[in-house]
Design a protein around this ligand. Structure first.
Ligand SMILES: C[S@@+](CC[C@H](N)C(=O)[O-])C[C@H]1O[C@@H](n2cnc3c(N)ncnc32)[C@H](O)[C@@H]1O
Length: 447
């Protein structure tokens, strides 16, 4: 790698020489640079045929076994993967080819498929890949800026908890729990900046990120002890599985079934009463034309109410791409992400599968679980209220401190990305207080 200064533009370019491209790295049209990493929450794509025929990116190797074809009388029928013109080298069972057989033609509800594909034993999030290598979130895009905002929020909570005490010094020991902590990027910054007595805890099915500060505890489930402080869930709820309903040709809502190996869908039976009731309240399909879809957020409501119920006193925060009652998308939002690209949502464990969140429904579930006050605001407003600004540095600084100027310019660009209402700034912040405290005053002022 070499750095080149273009004197005309006064800018550094980083040039990657071919000898520095790691062996096995994908090259050609499938390669994306860091700046091209797809942001989650963009509009979903329609699955094109032959979708696994990526030219250079290494893919898992497999042979498909059609469900129900493996009788004792006839051996399983193998077919190559998804009709690729040149299937991946199939030395089955070798270290470079760990997946040898997939069941195809097994039809399951989307919720079951998502659960298995993401957090099942062979699930996407239990593999080597960390979120940062597959898509861009607010946290991976700007861990320092998000951490600075979370620190201000944490201090608000600390003040509120201290305020009710006769002697607020030295203050109660407090928790900061990051649910769905991913690669630990946010906790890594907070471990450097928050005082030692703050108990930091990452919760994720993924393994503990290497190099994470020893003071950060890590577990696959929310700690048993009552949390006092702040629990946050950045882009976690969108991975909690959803079932999908679709209006059939007869005008009746049906459960959508999916083949986990291919992403093909078919309509199943009618909805169970709990799902129908959830849709009736949160995503009505009444009178909708055939083909209209809805993503049933019941499991998300349960996940959120579980998180809320673990907090004894403090604030809970969920940040995600969301939709409200008045603007549910008629064709749904299921999408997949892999290695920096948006891909069809095939729940086979090879990619992230996600759907936008009905945060308003989660809010009500949170209230049922004990939340006292609620704010549902846009990330742009929340971050601005917490001190994030995208002010460009004074141009005079460029002469006196060129490097400092470039750094400040870069920071302003990153902040602008977080505050952009058509992108990350448009994400929803669901903030709820639990126990004896109210919401931080600054959330009363965001709209
Ligand atoms: C989209 S990533 C977000 C990571 C990080 N918060 C960020 O914003 O960059 C979602 C994370 O939630 C985790 N996750 C999903 N379902 C989970 C579950 N049931 N229990 C614990 N972690 C889960 C995944 O492993 C993944 O790391």
């Amino acid at each position: 790698m070499t750095c080149v200064l273009n004197p005309k533009l006064g800018v550094f370019f980083v040039v990657v020489l071919p000898q520095f491209i790691p062996a096995g790295a994908a090259v050609g049209p499938d390669v994306v640079g860091a700046g091209d990493v797809a942001r989650r929450g963009s509009s979903p794509v329609v699955p094109p045929p032959g979708r696994r025929c990526g030219r250079a990116a290494p893919e898992p190797c497999w042979r498909d076994v059609r469900f129900g074809s493996g009788s004792t009388a006839s051996p399983p029928q193998f077919s190559s993967a998804s009709g690729c013109a040149s299937p991946p080298t199939p030395r089955l069972g070798s270290p470079s080819c760990p997946v040898s057989v997939r069941l195809v033609g097994e039809w399951v509800p989307w919720g079951v498929a998502m659960e298995r594909a993401l957090v099942g034993p062979e699930g996407f999030y239990l593999g080597e890949a960390v979120p940062a290598t597959n898509f861009r979130t607010s946290v991976t895009a700007a861990p320092e800026l998000v951490a600075s905002a979370i620190t201000v929020l944490f201090e608000d909570v600390q003040a509120a908890l201290g305020a009710g005490r006769a002697d607020p010094e030295p203050g109660p020991a407090m928790d900061l729990v990051d649910l769905g902590a991913g690669g630990g990027e946010l906790l890594a910054v907070l471990a450097d900046t928050l005082p030692e007595q703050v108990r930091l805890h990452g919760v994720d099915v993924a393994r503990r990120p290497p190099g994470l500060a020893a003071r950060v505890r890590w577990s696959a489930t929310i700690p048993e002890e009552r949390i006092v402080g702040l629990l946050l869930a950045y882009e976690y709820l969108d991975n909690v599985p959803v079932d999908v309903a679709e209006i059939g040709p007869d005008g009746v809502p049906r459960l959508v079934l999916v083949d986990p190996a291919t992403g093909e869908e078919r309509l199943g039976g009618s909805l169970e009463p709990g799902d129908a009731a959830w849709l009736g309240r949160w995503w009505s399909l009444d009178g909708a034309p055939s083909g209209t879809r809805a993503e049933i957020g019941r499991a998300r409501d349960v996940a959120w109410s579980t998180a809320v119920s673990r907090v004894g006193c403090g604030v809970v925060l969920a940040v995600d791409y969301d939709h409200g009652l008045a603007r549910r998308p008629a064709s749904g939002t299921l999408a997949g992400y892999r290695r920096g690209r948006m891909v069809p949502a095939v729940p086979d464990g090879s990619c992230d599968v996600t759907a936008h969140v009905a945060l308003d429904a989660c809010a009500e579930a949170g209230v049922s679980a004990g939340a006292r006050a609620t704010a549902l605001v846009r990330q742009a407003d929340a971050l601005a209220a917490l001190g994030v600004a995208a002010d460009r540095p004074d141009v005079g600084m460029a002469r006196e401190d060129p490097l400092g100027y470039l750094r400040a310019l870069d920071a302003a660009g990153t902040a602008a990305e977080l505050l952009d209402r058509s992108g990350l700034g448009g994400f929803g912040w669901l903030v709820q207080s639990v126990g004896g405290i109210g919401l931080p005053e600054r959330f009363a002022r965001t709209g």
